[in-house]
Design a binder for this molecule. Structure first.
Ligand SMILES: Nc1ncnc2c1ncn2[C@@H]1O[C@H](COP(=O)(O)OP(=O)(O)OP(=O)(O)O)[C@@H](O)[C@H]1O
Length: 265
């Protein structure tokens, strides 16, 4: 029965229909890079809703619009047209300064390249988003979140003294410290070996299951996508289907179907 439902989602037009329980809701989002005439349409009328406390993987061939979707959903980029509502706030009507403020308070971001500040200790890297938002960390909050990611003993280390997997765990702690409405990840396991990637994915999964965190992650890797509750597929800037409770095999099959050939694209 589940198989029939999953296939039906690919055949029909109901993919990711936005609803009232969504913490992120994109409606008819269009993003065109460049000027009139020679513009590149990166997103073409995408509508999708992401439920609170769920883990979503965004997949699709290279150039299909995954990063653009993530950046528009996170308020890092502004759509050409359409609406993005995050945690009840319409992002497209905010000015630059308000958008930055909302990003600092309500959004966590984890990148492929970790992006930690090398001169700061692990503790100070994690505390940074609170300081940027003009807030003082609650007593023990930084230690607690580092404990959660298994790095309670590395408070005084500098990023250069840590492995790639440990650095990404610091980046996750830094993203979680503000208790964001949504944690966005752009290929968060892209620079890690398979075993380390799994540890990071398990951490993200735990944040969803134990803390009710909402996580949205762009990935090329079917193994990574199989940790999510739902995989959304993009092709040529449009939603091209979804899988609920995706398995590695089904994700790989859909990627092949979309011409991406599975992992490593
Ligand atoms: N800043 C930009 N200026 C012009 N075109 C851009 C820009 N950013 C993205 N694009 C184009 O928009 C389209 C979607 O790009 P995007 O990076 O969102 O795709 P992607 O699915 O994340 O790709 P990849 O998997 O290779 O990272 C591509 O055709 C890309 O060349």
């Amino acid at each position: 029965m589940r198989n029939i439902l999953q296939e039906a989602r690919f055949g029909g037009g109901a993919t990711g229909v936005p609803g009232p329980a969504d913490v992120v809701r994109l409606t008819a989002v269009r993003k065109v890079y460049g000027g009139a005439g020679n513009g590149v349409v990166a997103l073409d009328e995408v509508s999708v809703g992401l439920r609170k406390g769920t883990f979503t993987a965004i997949m699709g061939p290279s150039g299909s619009g995954k990063s653009t979707l993530l950046q528009c959903a996170a308020g890092l980029d502004r759509p050409t047209s359409g609406s993005v509502v995050l945690d009840g706030v319409e992002l497209t009507s905010l000015g630059e300064r308000e958008r930055t403020r909302l990003r600092r308070r309500r959004i966590g971001f984890v990148f492929q390249a970790f992006n930690l500040l090398p001169a700061l200790t692990v503790h100070d890297n994690v505390a940074l988003p609170l300081r940027l938002a003009g807030r003082r960390p609650e007593r023990g909050a930084v230690e607690e979140v580092l404990e959660r990611v298994g790095l309670g003993g590395r408070l005084r280390s500098r990023p250069g003294e840590l492995s790639g997997g440990q650095q990404q765990r610091v980046a996750i702690a830094r993203a979680l410290i503000t208790r964001p409405a949504v944690l966005f990840g752009d290929e968060p396991t892209g620079a890690l070996d398979t075993g380390t990637a799994r540890e990071v994915l398990r951490l993200l999964r735990e944040a969803v299951e134990e803390a009710g965190q909402t996580v949205v992650m762009v990935t090329h890797d079917p193994v990574a996508a199989a940790h999510a509750d739902r995989a959304l597929f993009l092709a040529d800037g449009r939603l091209a289907g979804e899988l609920v409770r995706p398995t590695i095999e089904r994700v790989a099959a859909q990627m092949t179907r979309l011409g991406a050939g599975g992992a490593g694209q």
